[in-house]
Ligand binder design. Structure first.
Ligand SMILES: [Mg+2]
Length: 362
């Protein structure tokens, strides 16, 4: 290997994205580039989120500086697999960082072999349509309504609504959705760890109009008992996002009825494609459904990585999130740009070529 390089990615958003735990106006990500002796380049992306994995842009730069020497000797997927197995504890602390590195190496090895990353990992080739959810943020009622109309016109039926904890606002938003009177609409909520106990969450959620199919992260990170109680009382599954990052968290949920839980697999917070696939496999064994999610502001690189996971586990994937591309970003860094089109669909045919099938655009 000639070089392993990391840089921060600062791509402005078309509109500032507001989130219950963070508001930002640009991406917070890194791009890792690995280059072999012949100048062939692999690319990978990671999204450090201090409030999810404890990582920052700086921690990722340090992680790369500390381990670069070992990685320079990598020549094949087997090296990645061994590193993932041997350095599990290190990756637990640096999942987004490792995600960027692993993805870049998978891309490079795929390009060297002339194979897409699925072939390298002995997975089924990408095929068919990928269906993405509409995500409605915590903006004003007016822009929520505008967004909702835009999504409805585009043919979306699957909605994820970010709740704010301000009952009036959330009630108004849910009322707008209920007023669509469309039985094909499915609404799930994401509370981003809003409530400190199950009782408060329960009394709040019971006041919201309209059916809800699932609730994401209602309580403090890791409050599985509270979530279990909510699932039982609300009769809907709880989606684990911030509370599920690693394979060794399965003991907390594996004795429940599988319909209690849905795991939101975001490749960056899980520590890359291979660890995400391990979690999906275990979820499948337990009969637990998954969402293949995304961090806000992911470029086509992480969208592509998520496709590998979704495509390999189609029967347990109940929704996909992300693939916003230049719907959200002022520009993407890749060619082609992978993003959803009409009705939230992305066709596997959009992806071609070796590795990730992406090149950095000028
Ligand atoms: Mg979430």
């Amino acid at each position: 290997m000639k070089s392993v390089h990391v840089q921060s990615l600062d791509i402005p958003f078309k509109q500032a994205f507001v989130h219950a735990s963070a508001a930002r106006a640009k991406t917070e990500s890194v791009l890792v580039t690995v280059t072999n002796e012949d100048g062939v380049e692999g690319i990978g992306e990671g999204c450090p989120r201090h409030y999810v994995t404890g990582e920052t842009i700086e921690s990722i730069q340090q992680f790369v500086d500390v381990h670069r020497g070992q990685w320079m000797a990598f020549t094949a997927v087997q090296n990645l697999k061994e590193w993932v197995a041997e350095q599990a504890a290190v990756i637990d602390e640096n999942p987004a960082a490792w995600c960027a590195v692993e993805t870049a190496f998978l891309d490079l090895f795929g390009k060297e072999a002339g194979l897409p990353i699925e072939a390298l990992l002995a997975l089924p080739a990408l095929n068919g349509q990928f269906q993405y959810s509409a995500v409605l943020g915590t903006d004003s009622l007016q822009s929520f309504e505008k967004q909702l109309q835009r999504y409805r016109l585009a043919g979306f039926t699957d909605f994820k609504v970010k709740v704010t904890g301000r009952l009036h606002e959330d009630t108004d938003k849910m009322t707008l959705l209920a007023a669509c009177q469309d039985s094909t609409i499915r609404v799930r909520l994401d509370a981003n760890n809003l409530w400190s106990d199950a009782e408060s969450a329960l009394s709040y959620l019971r006041q919201l109009p309209g059916p809800i199919v699932a609730i994401e992260e209602p309580l403090k990170v890791g409050d599985y008992d509270g979530c279990r109680l909510l699932a039982r009382e609300m009769k809907v599954p709880i989606i684990l996002d911030e509370s599920f990052l690693r394979l060794n968290q399965f003991p907390a949920i594996q004795n429940d009825s599988p319909s209690t839980w849905i795991i939101n697999i975001r490749v960056s917070k899980m520590g890359g494609v291979m660890r995400s696939l391990d979690i999906a496999r275990r979820a499948r064994e337990l009969g637990v459904s998954i969402i293949v999610g995304a961090q806000v502001g992911e470029t086509s690189i992480l969208t592509r990585a998520g496709l590998t996971v979704a495509n390999s586990h189609r029967d347990i994937v109940i929704a996909q999130e992300g693939a916003f591309g230049t719907h959200l970003l002022e520009y993407d860094i890749c060619d082609p740009v992978l993003m959803f089109g009409a009705a939230g669909q992305l066709d596997a045919k959009a992806v071609n070529g070796a590795g990730l099938g992406l090149t950095l655009s000028g």
